[in-house]
Design a protein around this ligand. Structure first.
Ligand code: ATP
Ligand code: MG
Length: 710
């Protein structure tokens, strides 16, 4: 088509090219891990722009995480050599937020609407349960939260919910849902699912708005499509007009969010609902070594419900998979950290993946002990920390005083002697009049509704917030945050509570000021920087870029989707933990296996598997068998490693290193007989190269291998 554009096809294989340069039809790229789906999607965008098939603002690209959206923009910019402005990329939630910010009036929201994260949502639900006098011993707030979110994910409002059962529990949940909806509406609060649901309803009910976006988005591209849920799929169908072309990439084997409503069947539905979809399969994997890929294929083959595909690679054989059987979880962590230390200072090349986030604590301790820098993704994210949320609640109240969630959070934080006895009448009045807590407290104060000390403290509190409100018009975002930190009394409160912890919190607050500064610099043209910053803090909690800094990366398997690392440590491979007991109970081992497939296929060069014989889990020490997933990997791919952190370990290593000299015949438990042909490194790092008569030449790290002299 044009010369510049054909350059874009140079580093692609035939099937990938076919997808990238496909004519303007719907395209579904269905392919396994590491086959270049994301790469193809990025190239497609660049292709559309380069060939002038579309302008940047005609393109909408949906990714699974904010991090992926950022990476996508980077990669497109690199491919094109410029930054295409107007291109809309982001997660479903991020894009829905963008739409609501444009159309808050239509959505009947205050311009300053705030996003409620799931913690705050739970808090609000607890409050409503209390107010509605529902017994929270019988009805767990968490369950009710799940109920509400599940309804919303099915696009069901409280008044339109069709109850499958009419037991008391469901009835109670529905009542809470009704109150919850009202409160959110009143306080201008929007939870995560609400972002999508509201935009979905807007597009559904407002024809001119729908037409507008249907005309704008001529190309809609979606990554990780296998994990879209009902609402996301319906949303997509609304925004995709008759002329829009979809470019969808996904892998049914990597669908791992069914517990959050994801529906693999969307992949099968798509070609039926969108006629003339070009189906493209990619089968060559470019990410992993042969060993790793063979293992991944072998594991996933045990699943029955698959669309069926096999990956191959031209890459090198690579190292075998390493398996370590630990005595307990501490020993497992020590092993992993020890290994990482041996492997060199490129810490960011190591990822430790685990099934449940609670496994990270022991790993963290071992990393700290060995002074290895690390970062946890998705665990306690910066913007989710209590101290950050406290300060941001002040900011929220200052920009939108009707925000009840913010009001509740800080009315007595730091402690200013405003107890339940003072707050309860405020809540009662707010309920009665259908107004916010902020307004209710002002009314009460004006009516002399507070007695004694309470009157004084409430007056002070309201005045303080009013002074902040004024300063939102004059101060820069970062200066305002600084001001709040200096005047709200939180630092002293934290220090009094716990000195060490308090110090750490204060450091985080300082970090918040610099985050706001940075935000200002990068968003100079932003008209309402405070609002955008607050949204960014809630939506983009995971904002740091992994590869820029040299940290070991820790995350749950779910969060690792789409990413790749040179070395992966997949730990806790035990029955009951991975596969997780909950899934086993529900008969859903296939989803766990897909998760395992995701984990294995994150590794480019080396994969370390580990399991512990005993683990402290759910408050007690339990004994567990190695995961079935280990057995599903062909034994010949696995190298068992030993790790001994006993005191005489160093001496053993020295001894072993001396005996294994070049020219010596040896016996390896798996590769058989061979002769040492080369040797390098020192101490624990010593490696020998052995020429095995029945196998190739292999490099072996002496300290860890099951090898003996002949
Ligand atoms: P996942 O299913 O895990 O999301 P994916 O299918 O999206 O994987 P990519 O992340 O796009 O795969 O690609 C995997 C790796 O292979 C990347 O490092 C990518 O740059 C590389 N790669 C893909 N296609 C090619 C190619 N044709 N030539 C060279 N490298 C490629
Ligand atoms: Mg991908």
């Amino acid at each position: 088509i044009c010369d510049d554009a054909s350059l874009l096809l140079n580093d692609l294989n035939t099937a990938q090219r076919e997808a990238v340069a496909a004519p303007e039809t719907h395209v579904l790229v269905l392919a396994g891990a590491g086959s270049g789906k994301t790469r193809v999607l990025v190239h497609r965008i660049a292709w559309l722009l380069q060939c002038q098939l579309a302008r940047a603002n005609h393109i909408l690209a949906v990714t699974f995480t904010n991090r992926a959206a950022n990476e996508m923009r980077d990669r497109i910019q690199k491919l094109l050599g410029y930054n295409p402005s107007g291109l809309l990329t982001g997660t479903f939630h991020g894009i829905a937020y963008y739409l609501l910010r444009q159309h808050w009036q239509l959505a009947q929201l205050p311009e300053t609407f705030q996003i409620l994260d799931s913690d705050e949502q739970l808090r609000l639900i607890k409050r409503i349960i209390k107010e509605a006098k529902i017994d929270d011993k019988v009805f767990s707030p968490k369950k009710i939260q799940q109920f509400i979110n599940a309804c919303k994910e099915k696009a069901q409002r409280a008044q339109s919910v069709v109850l499958m059962s009419t037991d008391r529990e469901t009835q109670a949940a529905l009542t809470v849902y009704q109150f919850y909806e009202q409160t959110c509406q009143q306080s201008g609060l929007v939870d995560f699912t609400e972002l999508l649901l509201k935009t979905y309803e807007l597009l559904r009910d407002d024809e001119s708005l729908r037409k507008h976006y249907q005309t704008r988005f001529k190309h809609i591209l979606v990554d990780e499509f296998q994990d879209t849920n009902y609402l996301q799929y319906e949303w997509l169908k609304l925004i995709a007009g008759p002329a829009a072309k979809l470019f969808i990439v996904g892998d049914d084997d990597q669908s791992i969010y069914s517990w959050r409503g994801a529906r693999i069947e969307n992949i099968q539905l798509l070609p039926v609902e969108f006629k003339e979809t070009l189906l493209i399969r990619l089968e060559q994997n470019y990410r992993s070594t042969k060993m790793i890929l063979t293992a991944a294929n072998a594991v996933i083959r045990n699943n029955k419900n698959r669309l069926g595909k096999e990956l191959w690679t031209n890459g090198t054989e690579g190292d075998p998979l390493f398996l370590y059987k630990a005595h307990n979880e501490i020993n497992e962590a020590e092993f992993i950290v020890h290994k990482i230390k041996l492997l060199g200072k490129d810490y960011h090349n190591n990822a430790i993946l685990y099934r449940t986030s609670s496994q990270s604590r022991v790993l963290e301790e071992a990393l700290i002990d060995q002074q290895i820098p690390y970062r946890i993704y998705g665990g306690m994210r910066f913007y989710e920390r209590a101290e950050i949320k406290d300060v941001l609640a002040y900011l929220r109240l200052a920009v939108y005083s009707d925000d009840d969630a913010a009001f509740e959070r800080i009315i007595n934080t730091p402690k200013r002697g405003i107890g339940e006895r003072t707050i309860e009448p405020i809540r009662a009045l707010a309920r009665q009049q259908g107004i916010s807590l902020w307004r209710a407290s002002r009314l009460l104060l004006a009516d002399n509704g507070f007695k004694g000390r309470a009157a004084k403290t409430i007056t002070e509190f309201l005045h303080y917030i009013e002074s902040l409100i004024e300063q939102t018009h004059t101060l820069l975002l970062s200066d305002l945050i600084k001001k709040i930190i200096e005047t709200c009394g939180l630092p002293d409160f934290y220090l009094k509570d716990n000195k060490e912890e308090g110090q750490r919190r204060i450091e985080n607050l300082a970090e918040l000021i610099s985050a706001a500064r940075q935000f200002e610099i990068f968003n100079r043209d932003e008209e309402k920087p405070i609002l955008t910053f607050l949204a960014h803090a809630t939506l983009d909690a995971n904002n740091d870029n992994a590869n820029e800094t040299n940290h070991v990366q820790l995350m749950t398997l779910h969060l690792a989707k789409g990413l790749e690392f040179k070395r992966v440590f997949l730990c806790g491979l035990e029955e009951g933990l991975f596969p997780h007991q909950n899934s086993l109970d529900e008969g859903n081992v296939e989803e766990e296996r897909r998760l395992c497939y995701v984990g294995i296929t994150r590794a480019r060069e080396q994969l370390y598997l580990s399991h512990a014989e005993t683990r402290y889990y759910y408050g007690e020490r339990s004994y567990s068998r190695a995961s079935r997933f280990i057995r599903e990997i062909p034994a010949e791919l696995i190298d068992h490693i030993r790790f001994n952190n006993a005191p005489n370990y160093q001496a053993n290593v020295k001894n072993k290193n001396e005996k294994f000299a070049i020219g010596t015949p040896v016996l390896h438990h798996k590769f058989g007989r061979g002769i040492i042909v080369d040797k390098e490194g020192q101490g624990e790092f010593t490696r020998i190269q052995v020429d095995f008569s029945e196998n190739d030449c292999k490099w072996i790290i002496l300290a860890y291998s099951d090898i003996e002299l002949l």
